[in-house]
Design a protein around this ligand. Structure first.
Ligand code: UDP
Length: 492
């Protein structure tokens, strides 16, 4: 295997790494000014560590044998545990307060008995599944009976929808008639298999968009919930999907900038996290230590973490390059934890690229986790010194929200919905390149007070805007609007 030890990198390799990172990151540009009024970085003009901060060069022999062994064989649970009972609304009172809960119940009262169907393309993995898992039990508790259906397809269907996903994020794509036929034929099969008897249909993202052909004139309102950034969508793919989308009664986007020209009403809903889910609830310190122990993470040294599907748009290789730059100055570990969403056929290939890029550095801990790892992910996020989400393209970026909620300093790509979550230098830091990412991570590792303040601000921002209770309220208001119970100009 090629020696990737940064200490031994030649000048040519350094140059190539920089060139590659620039080629991968189209928005490569000047980094923003440094936090807290510091001078702007020139190249990688990393700040000096305050006195007392440990900066040392990486030496493999520093690691205890037990940790090295655990990294080679992390304890990853291969058995799916029974899911815990979902929380009920009253459980949120300590987080959002009684008046907010009362408002939600009031909004739901008029909708009692109205039925809802949510459809998406995967039951596990990815942000949409994450939200639906929590939203649907709450709607049912409010006596708005809500059902979740997942569309299915063969590998050819998932290849097509993955291609659409990348193209709608602005990638190149060769849309052929055969591709259109594959998409439509699976769409038709699903349509025949499903029943459409509910009052409201919420169809998530482009994969199931064709189900709208089952819309009847007499009954049911159809909402297309788009979690993606369509501002730079591939024209051919958009032209193919648009006639279907135009048949919906409304579209919901995660940011004003994500929306497209459509002749139907459009609404803005931030996605959300559930503060009581296994992914986000408070955890005992002993459990966090146990998870770190299972994965060979040394809590006495800084931990930089990116949790993401192994997807090139999440730029895991760029994160490794940034870590390598930081590692020259600050002894730290990098955790890249992800897993496959069932609708993502590229995951295994990208994981292999990530393993290659990490080389033989034992301080890069790559974890391919099963979908039932919410508690472990929660513990990893809580054990982190800095959370990174160096995406090149992003929908909303729920992993950022999760990091903010856990009061962590988050360093993230200024793409998709991330700038709505990260107000630069106030609730986290935004980056545009590998070098910028490295700079900001190093700054945070060496300025812990600033990092702590960012974490505190980030949690407040997440609480105000991105909790599931806020999202639930918005859905209830939109249902009332579409069913003619409320005026469309109601503030939501
Ligand atoms: N996630 C997970 N396991 C993984 C990787 C990600 O449970 O191996 C979760 C992550 O914690 C977050 C969601 O999947 O809740 C990812 O949502 P995000 O919006 O960040 O990205 P997406 O995958 O939807 O593009």
């Amino acid at each position: 295997m090629k020696d990737k030890n940064p200490d031994r990198k030649t000048a040519v390799e350094e140059k190539n790494a920089e060139k590659n990172s620039k080629a991968r990151d189209p928005k490569q540009q000047q980094e923003p000014a440094t936090p807290a009024g510091q001078a702007a970085p020139q190249e990688l003009a990393v700040p000096a560590a305050p006195s007392g901060t440990r900066e040392r060069r990486f030496r493999q022999t520093d690691l205890p044998a037990r940790v090295i062994e655990r990294r080679k064989h992390p304890r990853i649970s291969m058995e799916q545990p029974l899911p815990p009972a979902p929380p009920c609304l009253d459980d949120y009172v300590s987080i959002i307060g009684q008046p907010e809960l009362d408002e939600i119940r009031f909004l739901a009262r008029r909708l009692r008995g109205k039925t809802v169907k949510m459809v998406n393309s995967t039951a596990v993995g990815g942000g949409v599944a994450e939200i639906l898992n929590r939203l649907i039990p709450l709607m049912n508790e409010l006596e708005v009976p809500t059902r979740w259906d997942v569309i299915t397809g063969g590998n050819d269907f998932y290849e097509v929808t993955k291609g659409f996903h990348n193209a709608l994020h602005g990638g190149e794509y060769n849309l052929t008639q055969q591709i259109k036929d594959i998409f439509m034929s699976y769409s038709e099969q699903t349509r025949q298999r499903m029943e459409f008897t509910e009052d409201l249909f919420i169809i998530h993202d482009p994969q199931p968009v064709g189900l709208v052909h089952s819309k009847s004139q007499e009954r049911g309102k159809w909402i297309w919930r788009c979690h993606m950034d369509l501002s730079n969508a591939h024209q051919g793919v958009w032209d193919f999907l648009k006639p279907m989308i135009e048949q919906y009664d409304a579209a919901v986007f995660s940011a004003p900038a994500f929306a497209c020209q459509l002749p139907i009403p459009q609404y803005l809903f931030y996605p959300s996290i559930d503060p009581l889910s296994e992914k986000n609830r408070e955890l005992p310190e002993e459990y966090i230590n146990k998870v770190c122990d299972d994965f060979g993470i040394d809590r006495s040294r800084p931990v930089i973490t990116q949790i993401s599907r192994f997807d090139r748009l999440k730029d895991p290789v760029g994160v490794i390059e940034a870590y390598k730059l930081v590692k020259k100055y600050v002894d730290c570990q990098l955790v890249l934890a992800g897993g496959g969403a069932t609708d993502d056929p590229e995951g295994a290939v990208v994981l292999q690229e990530v393993i290659e890029a990490a080389g033989d550095d034992p301080d890069v801990i790559i974890l391919n986790l099963p979908p039932w790892s919410a508690l472990e992910i929660n513990a990893l996020q809580r054990a982190s010194t800095v959370i990174v989400q160096k995406s090149l393209k992003e929908g909303f970026g729920l992993t950022v929200t999760e990091g903010l909620w856990k009061e962590k300093p988050v360093v993230a790509g200024a793409v998709g919905g991330i700038p709505m979550q990260i107000i630069h230098k106030l609730t986290g830091v935004l980056v545009h390149s590998v070098e910028g990412c490295a700079y900001q991570i190093r700054y945070l590792l060496t300025h812990p007070e600033f990092a702590t303040q960012l974490g505190k601000n980030g949690k407040e921002h997440a609480k105000e805007n991105f909790l599931i209770t806020v999202n639930l309220k918005r859905w209830l208001v939109l249902f009332q609007i579409l069913l003619g119970m409320a005026k469309p100009n109601a503030t939501i």
